[in-house]
Write a protein that binds this ligand. Structure first.
Ligand SMILES: *Cc1c(COP(=O)(O)O)cnc(C)c1O
Length: 393
């Protein structure tokens, strides 16, 4: 047995010696419970980052832990060419939350993988090659997903990308009309942009995108990797817009921390992919299925959709009431919230960290709050008090 590293500096050095070098780390978390995390020095943090909208039912959630341990001791490996009881139970529960015409799912392991699958399905189902995506949109770091991601610094080093895409502004309905053509395979949109700065789409724009895609034989893909699985107060954020997509992708919150991605689609779209046309080794494994089933059961048992809507609305109101000249706007849907400043967010995020509140940015000037869906009003009050103090200091 090797000696476990215990001090913050030992752990950080241990990682820095061998990791990819992509991230600069200065804090070490070793344990979580509910909405709280503890660092290696025993300091407690109220977690409004949740692994970036991942720990949806809280850290060390009892039902989730039990489901994973139980399934790990029963069967972990069973690819999708073979049936499995945990997977069947998950699918049944998933489609109690997701309504027709969405009726089929391809299970993957991450958001980018779910989006890659959506792009491939769209190509095969329409026989077309071009995509329309949103300015400020984010779809993941693989080459296909990058093709429909806006941020230049993520895309440019890897060009040429595989898919041709046009980027559209969220509010410019008139641009849809000339960008969605008979060469468009799909329009891909986040109902609430996450990485791009927490921008909820407008109902008029989304409805226009739905009508034009239908009229011109293109598909509508909603990327709900961040907004989905209950974060905005409905299982899919898209439900709140009265729009039916042809495909929806899910990942972050769906497994409550267990890696999983899913492409949900209509019967018609699903049927377009020939047998063997796409695949995955790990996607749909029994362990991920059992974890995601437990998350859905927890959402149902604790009525977390209504809770996310109610407490998320309260959170936004309380942030908006902070009397600070530094605030430009508060935006969001349910528990997917952005506080936009007139200046860089990083110093305030660091100050919150110092006070034991963990948040993350969404762009240079936006503080993002995506806590576990179980966060209470009292915990929101605690977060807002700290935000008020750092912004009015
Ligand atoms: C995080 C995210 C992705 C990518 O998911 P990964 O699991 O990191 O590949 C895609 N789309 C949206 C909207 C996201 O927020």
């Amino acid at each position: 047995m090797s000696q476990a590293l215990t001090s913050t500096s030992e752990i950080l050095q241990g990682e820095a010696a061998h990791n990819s070098g992509l991230w600069k780390q200065d804090i070490v978390f070793v344990r979580g419970e509910g909405v709280y995390l503890w660092d290696a020095d025993g300091k407690r943090y109220l977690d409004c980052m949740a692994g970036i909208a991942v720990a949806s039912v809280g850290h060390a959630n009892e039902r989730l832990v039990r489901a994973i341990s139980h399934q790990a001791g029963r069967l972990m490996v069973c690819p999708q060419n073979l049936g499995n009881d945990a997977r069947a139970a998950f699918l049944e529960k998933l489609f109690s939350f997701i309504k027709p015409p969405l009726n089929r799912v391809f299970m993957a392991n991450s958001g980018a993988e779910a989006n890659e699958a959506a792009l491939k399905w769209a190509r095969v189902a329409t026989g077309r090659k071009r995509f329309v995506a949103a300015k400020r949109g984010f779809a993941g770091r693989t080459i296909g997903a990058l093709s429909v991601t806006w941020e230049k610094k993520y895309r440019e080093p890897f060009e040429p990308l595989r898919y041709e895409a046009d980027f559209i502004s969220f509010d410019r309905i008139e641009d849809l009309d000339h960008l969605v053509t008979d060469e468009t395979a799909a329009v891909m949109l986040e109902p609430v942009q996450g990485e791009g700065g927490i921008h909820p789409i407008s109902a008029g724009f989304l409805q226009a995108a739905r009508e034009l895609t239908r009229e011109r034989g293109a598909l509508l893909i909603m990327d709900e990797v961040q907004s989905g699985a209950g974060r905005t107060g409905t299982f899919l954020a898209t439900e709140q817009y009265g729009v039916e997509a042809d495909m929806v992708t899910l990942a972050k919150g769906l497994g409550g921390g267990f890696p999983i991605g899913a492409l949900v689609m209509t019967d018609e779209v699903a049927a377009a992919m020939p047998a063997g046309g796409h695949g995955t080794t790990f996607g749909g494994n029994p362990l991920a299925s059992a974890a995601a089933l437990a998350v859905l059961e927890e959402i149902e048992a604790r009525d977390l959709l209504a809770h996310a809507s109610e407490v998320g609305g309260y959170f936004q109101e309380q942030l908006a009431a902070i009397p600070s000249e530094r605030i430009r706007a508060v935006r969001g849907l349910g528990l997917m919230i952005g506080l936009e400043l007139k200046e860089k967010a990083a110093p305030y995020i660091a100050a919150l960290m110092e006070r034991g509140v963990l948040v993350i940015n969404a762009g240079a000037t936006i503080i993002r709050f995506v806590p576990p869906l179980i966060i209470t009003r009292d915990e929101v009050d605690e977060v807002v008090r700290h935000v008020r103090e750092v912004l009015t200091a």
